[in-house]
Design a protein. Structure first.
Length: 446
């Protein structure tokens, strides 16, 4: 039906174009202009306006037959959905094709296999995989908490966690880095005071931490955190981007490192971009939690699934770490990484550098302090074939610039020694061997 307003009819679209036509008195002045300063008044915008063009908007009811056909199509699709579920259960459907947009139609066998394997690796019921590590945090947290919930976030949490917290709409309180006393004090007062103004109890309280902190090389105090979360009935979210596949006797992250029960951590998050040499992230936990995330996480519902090639790479490297390839290559590499880490850290300390973090952490921050020294240090190393990451404000505070080394199991003793000698020269040249501790000459056993 075409809606055309030949006559002034204010009911068609809320107003009539006649509303814009100047009054008879105003019309008597050509062009709609009244004599501007005849009686000392300046014409208003409405007075100088010319009438707008007539509004024409088109609309036609959906034909009944089309509506019926669409609903019929949905019914047919639903029947095919049941058929597909049946075929999947009986192993008849292999799902060869991946389409974009919805994980429901873009999940390949390799994705399902990888999700099962991640859950097995971590010792929990279920997991989901997402194509990007950063988005794993930033889109999962909003699916877990919202307005009326409270997040306790470590002050040194990664940007992806910070973004996820902000997007969730929940209240955020920041506690001192890895400081359980400060955290407990804040939890207690949050529970006593409740939500701001209404003082209602918080819907959920969640503590968000990292396994190994990417800029500090510190390891989270997981046993103390588990005690706290149980004592105050909070949820616990641990980002294992730097710890998964790197620490613990079986390379299964901080839970493995401390010998804790993985079921005591509500959300286990990690990325595949470090130890697994690929890309993407995972969320693992109880079946109920993962089922919830599958439905409410934007990334899982709307983003393209992980590339099958990447998924296969992760699957295979995880099999090696788990010893499922029939060799002990994975275990050997985990032990090698620990050896390399201890050796490199100790040697750097002997050379007078200030090194932050836990001695088991393969993330090794060497303190430069002055932001102006970052480029000189990194460039000197690069000139001698050694890649390192210079980190300054805003990733650190203004006065704690540093260089970060990431140790690998693939490094040999010769490589480490060569790197140490270049770092030593750079350190003397740029004057960053600041440590005031006595420099031990003890032989470091490799
Ligand atoms: C703690 C932490 N979480 C998440 C991420 C994001 O992971 P990705 O780089 O794989 O997107 C990083 C990246 O370095 C990280 O350090």
């Amino acid at each position: 039906m075409l809606i055309s307003s030949d006559k002034p009819d204010s009911s068609t679209n809320g107003y009539s174009h006649y509303d814009f036509i100047p009054s008879t008195k105003e019309k008597s002045h050509k062009n709609g202009f009244s004599h501007p300063v005849k009686n000392g008044s300046i014409p208003t915008y409405a007075q100088v306006q010319t009438p707008p063009k007539e509004l024409k908007e088109e609309f036609e009811e959906t034909p009944y037959l089309i509506v019926l056909t669409i609903y019929l199509c949905y019914a047919v699709l639903m029947v095919f959905g049941y058929l597909r579920d049946f075929m999947r259960k009986s192993g008849l459907e292999k799902n060869f094709m991946a389409k974009e947009l919805n994980r429901e139609v873009s999940t390949l066998d390799i994705h399902v296999d990888l999700e099962k394997q991640v859950a097995e690796f971590l010792g929990v019921e279920d997991s989901i995989i997402i194509g990007m590590g950063f988005a794993t945090n930033s889109t999962t947290i909003p699916s877990l908490v919202s307005k009326g919930c409270l997040i306790f976030s470590d002050e040194l949490n990664h940007a992806s966690l910070v973004l996820g917290c902000r997007l969730s709409g929940a209240k955020i309180r920041v506690f001192k880095h890895n400081n359980m006393k400060d955290l407990e004090k804040q939890i207690q007062s949050a529970i006593i005071e409740g939500q701001p103004r209404s003082h209602r109890p918080w819907k959920k309280i969640i503590i968000i931490v990292e396994g190994i902190y990417s800029m500090e090389g510190t390891i989270v105090n997981l046993p103390a955190l588990i005690d706290l979360k149980k004592k105050y009935k909070c949820y616990l979210y641990v980002d294992e981007a730097h710890s998964i596949g790197a620490i613990g006797p079986r390379g299964r992250g901080v839970v493995d490192y401390f010998g804790c029960d993985p079921n005591d951590v509500d959300i286990l998050m990690g990325t595949f971009s470090k130890s697994f040499g690929a890309a993407g992230g995972y969320i693992a936990g109880s079946r109920n939690t993962i089922d919830h995330i599958r439905v409410y996480c934007y990334n899982f519902m709307y983003a393209t699934s992980m590339s099958a090639v990447v998924a296969k790479q992760i699957y295979t490297s995880m099999q090696i770490v788990m010893g499922k390839d029939g060799t002990n290559e994975g275990l050997k590499r985990i032990n090698q990484l620990q050896r390399n880490t201890h050796y490199f850290r100790q040697k750097l300390k002997q050379k007078g550098f200030i090194i932050y973090g836990n001695e088991d952490s393969p993330v090794v921050p060497l303190m430069l302090f002055f932001p102006s020294k970052i480029a000189a240090f990194v460039r000197h190393l690069l000139k001698h074939g050694i890649a390192t990451v210079g980190v300054g404000f805003p990733a650190t505070s203004l006065t704690t610039a540093r260089a970060r080394f990431c140790i690998s199991a693939a490094h040999t003793k010769e490589m480490l020694d060569e790197a140490l000698s270049v770092v030593e020269t750079a350190g003397r040249l740029i004057m960053v061997d600041y440590s005031r501790k006595p420099r031990s000459q003890e032989n470091v056993i490799y």
